[in-house]
Structures are given as C-alpha cells and as structure tokens.
Design a protein. Structure first.
Length: 182
C-alpha cells in the first residue's frame, strides 16, 4: 500500500517590504512521504517570497513535470516557475523554456554551495533564471515550526526573511546568486 501525503494547514501572514506586498493566505500544503520537513518549509518560504493571487503549489516530488510552485496567467501560460533544492541543470533549462520567469531556492549549506559551483557556468546563460541561496543553518531550524496546523508570520526586508509562529522567531538570509536582468 502506497503512503499518502500528510496535509498541513498554514495560515500565512506576509509583510514583504521589498515588494510592498502585505497579504494573508490560507494554504493547504501536501507533504509527500519522501519530503523532509525542511523542504516543505522551504516551499512555504518560496511561496511567501513570491506570493501573488495566482501562486499555487505544484505536484512537486510526485510529478516530474511540475515545479514546487508556479503562477500562470489567465490563458494558462506559466508566468513564474519556482523550484526548491538542487535540481538537474537540464530540468532548469527546460523550465526556462516553458516559463517567463524561473526562480530556484537552494538550501542545504555546503551541498548547495557545491551544487552552485558545479552548475554556475551553465546556468548564468539562462536569462530568465534567478537563483537564491537560503542560509544554513536557518533552513534546518525551520523544522521547529512544523505542525499539522501552522500560523506563520513572515517579514521580508533588506535581503532577510523573519519567520515567527508567535513563540519562536527565526531569521534567514537570502543570498542572491543570480538575478534576472533589469
């Protein structure tokens, strides 16, 4: 018998000073049986950093052709493709061909740094790709916030993201490794 996804309900309040985005979201997040708590919270962080009215979670680990998050326009074209972790370079190249903008949120400390070193030369040529490294060990500390029902407040200002559940406060630096052209 196959294991089922664990469903998490998240009340997310976002105050993103950099984008002037202030909104509350009621999210239902399915955590695949092979997904870690850290990866699930990184997906929620990526949602908070890019939230808009059309942002939705993809099938993620259970599908090879969908990202962790995406935003589509009213015609179904992919406006923003967002992935987390350390995907294969060919996967990112494919995403860049399908979406107007692609964002990748790396995490994992030294392994993320090694991944970027190995893939940087191939990825800098992709004009519609942005790569952000989430500082370690802050992503590891995110697991302290995980429960089946979460109420999280996120504040983003000057390249730093603060998360709180009302009892614990966490800070994560956002190191932009590659950005979109201006």
């Amino acid at each position: 018998m196959a294991l089922r996804a664990t469903v998490h309900k998240v009340q997310l309040s976002i105050a993103d000073m950099e984008r002037s985005y202030y909104q509350d979201h009621a999210l239902t997040v399915a955590r695949h049986p092979s997904e870690t708590d850290e990866r699930m919270l990184v997906r929620i962080m990526a949602f908070a950093l890019n939230a808009d009215e059309r942002m939705a979670f993809g099938k993620g680990l259970s599908s090879d052709d969908e990202p962790a998050l995406w935003s589509k326009d009213l015609t179904g074209n992919i406006e923003h493709w967002i992935d987390v972790g350390q995907p294969q370079e060919r996967w990112l190249r494919k995403a860049c061909g399908q979406a107007r903008q692609v964002s990748l949120y790396l995490y994992g400390g030294r392994t993320a740094d090694q991944w970027w070193s190995q893939n940087r030369d191939a990825l800098v040529a992709l004009e519609n790709l942005r790569v952000v490294n989430l500082t370690y060990p802050s992503t590891q500390a995110l697991t302290e916030l995980v429960s089946r029902s979460m109420a999280l407040q996120v504040t983003v200002q000057e390249g730093v993201m603060w998360l709180t559940d009302g009892t614990r406060d966490l800070e994560s630096g956002l190191q932009t490794l590659k950005t979109w052209p201006e």
